[in-house]
Write a protein that binds this ligand. Structure first.
Ligand code: FES
Length: 149
């Protein structure tokens, strides 16, 4: 593994996972810090999943799906974009630098783009170092209760 940061990637099955697979099959060079979670669609990415990944020790989280207009469930990535944009703005509230999170679009034919996205994101998170603060995320967030209860 290059560096010490741990990254989690939530990838939609139809585009980004296939693009990542293409990059791997073609043996494109990319950092090995990222662990992939394969989902049917980015529309399934609840922002709490991202926070849970941070709380569980991820130093950076990447979400990647089909390009706008190409979602296999028509609008899943539009819903994802709205939720994830809000999440990105909320991260500093939890003591997490927004640069530790990224959402993007990579198609099944874009293996080279996938490798580039992973390399750039890994370098960005490495420049920030390990994340300590996320362990302090209150459990109530994940239980749907206000944090001060
Ligand atoms: Fe890929 Fe919806 S199926 S983002």
């Amino acid at each position: 593994m290059s560096g010490e940061v741990k990254l989690v990637g939530f990838l939609c099955n139809w585009c980004s996972y296939a693009g990542a697979d293409m990059a791997g099959t073609a043996r494109m060079k990319q950092p090995a810090n990222l662990r992939v979670v394969r989902l049917p669609c980015t529309g399934r990415v609840n922002p709490l999943l991202v926070l849970k990944a941070f709380k569980s020790g991820a130093d950076g989280v990447l979400v990647s799906g089909c390009h706008p207009g190409d979602c296999h469930y028509n609008e899943g990535n539009y819903y994802a974009r709205r939720r994830l944009e809000l999440l990105a703005r909320m991260l500093p509230v939890y003591g997490i630098e927004p640069e530790r999170f990224r959402y993007t679009w990579v198609s099944a034919a874009e293996g080279a783009r996938w490798a580039q996205v992973v390399a750039e994101f890994t370098a960005q998170v490495e420049s920030l170092g390990r994340l300590d603060s996320a362990a302090a995320l209150p459990e109530q967030i994940f239980e749907g209760r206000p944090a001060d209860e």
